[in-house]
Design a protein around this ligand. Sequence first.
Ligand SMILES: Cc1cc2nc3c(=O)[nH]c(=O)nc-3n(C[C@H](O)[C@H](O)[C@H](O)COP(=O)(O)OP(=O)(O)OC[C@H]3O[C@@H](n4cnc5c(N)ncnc54)[C@H](O)[C@@H]3O)c2cc1C
Length: 306
Amino acid sequence: MTGDEVFHRELRQRMSGKILFDEPAERHASIGVGGPIDALLFPEDEREIAEIVRFLRERRVPFLPVGNWTNLIVRDRGFRGVLISLACLRNLILRDNGKDGMLLLAGAGCPLSELVSLTVREALSEMAFCAGIPGSVGGAVRMNAGAYGGEIKDIVETVRLLDDLGVIRRVARKELHFAYRSLDLPAETIIIGATFRLRKGNGMMIEEQVRKIIETRRRKHPLAFRNAGSIFKNPPDCPAGRLIDECGLRGLRIGDAQISEKHGNFIVNRGRATAEQILGLIELIQRRVFERTGHVLETEVKIIGE
Ligand SMILES: Cc1cc2nc3c(=O)[nH]c(=O)nc-3n(C[C@H](O)[C@H](O)[C@H](O)COP(=O)(O)OP(=O)(O)OC[C@H]3O[C@@H](n4cnc5c(N)ncnc54)[C@H](O)[C@@H]3O)c2cc1C
């Protein structure tokens, strides 16, 4: 259905933003693999997002929101359905909340790096842990992104969601169910924006904290190659990277997909890797780690498509 002319026309009638049909995911995904997406939409504002979601639901067309594609692997035969980019939602507003500190209101499409820069400029603490995470606000909330002792759930105050009826509603932190690297939401629910509660801190210390985190990331992560961040969630008692190292898997390759020589929990694309090669390495790691250590490694990256 998503390939037919009538559907294409109907989409064009409803969208003033850009539409890419049969768009290769490899052009967008940070790891540089993935087959054609039936339609990749770039709505221009919240109203257009809500309208398009209503239309897709009516037509029973599968769809998913996407942010910066930094935690996403699309299989080689692509995605039958629609991906909706939230890139247009870039609003960023800082509000004084009196004795309760400051509130930072951010659109889902804002890169976390912009929030980190703003919090450094304004000497606001608690967001430094996001330094170097290349995702968007929507993706970070959806994944409950975290590092260096912080997680999105610790600073989020409210989240604006587009619900099943196409209505945008604000949901308070206490009604949201965060877990390690996830927020419990139906896959099609779209995060429109989020509010973060932050406190004033020592500007120089915050800047130093951010600088150190970036430096550590450059040292430890294989940033010279395309990748999708940590492939596996860390089991409660041991980092996934250490288990992978213990099994002697660092550096192992299938075609151009390689378990990073620098960090066992990263798979890098050395040039022309395919999703099949990357998924092959993921399965191999899961099997070897289980056989040798008894740990079941669960993927952190989202894998979609056919
Ligand atoms: C070099 C590198 C380092 C990384 N380091 C870290 C790290 O330290 N900690 C960490 O937690 N992650 C890390 N990541 C992974 C990734 O950056 C985060 O998970 C990030 O939050 C994903 O955001 P995104 O916008 O790229 O999401 P995407 O990859 O676009 O999407 C990820 C998932 O979120 C959903 N999603 C995206 N936007 C929305 C939305 N608006 N509403 C609802 N659902 C949405 C998608 O459907 C998908 O299921 C790293 C990645 C890389 C490449």
